[in-house]
Write a protein that binds this ligand. Structure first.
Ligand code: SD4
Length: 325
């Protein structure tokens, strides 16, 4: 593990100690008292979630909405060419084309999504426009690009030189065997609870590197990559999209919380279901984050290595998720 990462990676236990003066809870199988509400709070997948949370938490602390917090937070990661799994600089598909997927959802059920979008670096903002400016929920491919251009988004080349070089290296063998999440940078999913008591979530990705042209994963699919319900909580996924879609992953996490499981238990239940549906999970990674309406949070993944970033009060920390193996 790189030294820099190790330095700010904290265990959940340490994190709880650091937070004990505040009102946050981890969710190791316990439901916190519901009269102690933690808000605002923001939680994101992976190390790059730290950058998203910083922007998002500032918005939340100024009484901004959870919707603005998650959108403006993940845009930071979409704009970062060094993150090769999201937005600008994302790895291309097997034809060398960068195609992006994203969705956004509010706790009242409003949502928007784009998939197989080319040449527009902020799919999450386009997804929000779909939610706010159209009678639809999901727009894909050429139609999504046309809509984005109509909404004033700029067309640009998303294939950066480092990603093109990696693609050319991959072309030498051209073998497609996804090992998603083995390197620690991936899809960004962000969930937030604002001071008004509302939840929102955003999920944005360039998807699986070297995927078939036209392949769409879980990330733009409401219920798979993301689900938010103000009555219960929110959940989002990272990892191999096909496995998440098969179990309607994020919606199932929220439903498990609705039936009384803590956020971490709910994430674990769906990981168990995914395990049961696959003969060999040695190369399969799926991770979930969950945020309950009272501010309780949790995360869980199949394989070790999945990290999540948490922002609340004046604290930003990165934690390793509990994993099955
Ligand atoms: C996909 N779920 O397209 C995305 C990729 C991902 O962590 O989340 N990786 O399958």
């Amino acid at each position: 593990m790189p030294q820099k990462r190790r330095a700010f990676l904290k265990t959940t236990t340490l994190g709880l100690g650091a937070l004990s003066a505040g009102t946050a809870y981890s969710c190791q199988g316990q439901n916190p008292p519901t009269n102690l509400v933690t808000k605002p709070i923001i939680i994101s997948t992976w190390d790059h979630g730290m950058a998203a949370n910083k922007v998002g938490l500032d918005i939340l602390k100024n009484n901004g909405t959870a919707l603005d917090a998650v959108e403006k937070g993940v845009i930071i990661v979409e704009n970062d060419p060094k993150v090769q799994t999201v937005g600008l600089g994302g790895f291309p598909d097997r034809e060398g084309v960068v195609t992006l997927d994203a969705c956004i959802m509010k706790g009242d059920g409003q949502c928007g999504s784009v998939a197989f979008l080319r040449d527009i670096k902020n799919p999450i903002a386009v997804a929000r426009k779909v939610m706010e400016e159209t009678p639809h929920i999901m727009i894909v491919g050429a139609g999504a690009k046309q809509f984005a251009l109509e909404m004033g988004f700029k067309e640009e080349n998303l294939l950066t030189e480092p990603s093109r070089k990696k693609y050319e290296e991959w072309l030498k063998t051209g073998i497609y065997k996804p090992k998603i999440n083995i390197e620690n940078h991936d899809t960004i999913s962000t969930l937030a609870l604002d001071t008004h008591g509302h939840l929102a979530g955003a999920c944005t990705t360039s998807g699986a590197a070297w995927k078939m042209h036209g392949r769409v994963g879980d990330s733009p699919l409401i219920a798979a990559g993301l689900f938010v319900d103000d009555e219960v909580g929110a959940a989002a996924a990272t990892g191999l999209g096909e496995a998440v879609i098969r179990t309607a992953g994020s919606a199932m996490v929220v439903e498990a919380m609705r039936h009384g499981q803590s956020p971490e238990e709910a994430c674990r239940s769906v990981c168990l279901r995914i395990k049961a549906k696959h003969k060999d999970i040695s190369d399969l990674q799926v991770g979930f984050i969950a945020l309950r309406k009272d501010g309780a949070y949790g995360a869980y993944s199949l394989q070790p290595g999945f990290t999540y970033a948490l922002g609340l009060d004046d604290t930003h920390e990165l934690y390793p998720a509990t994993s099955m193996f």
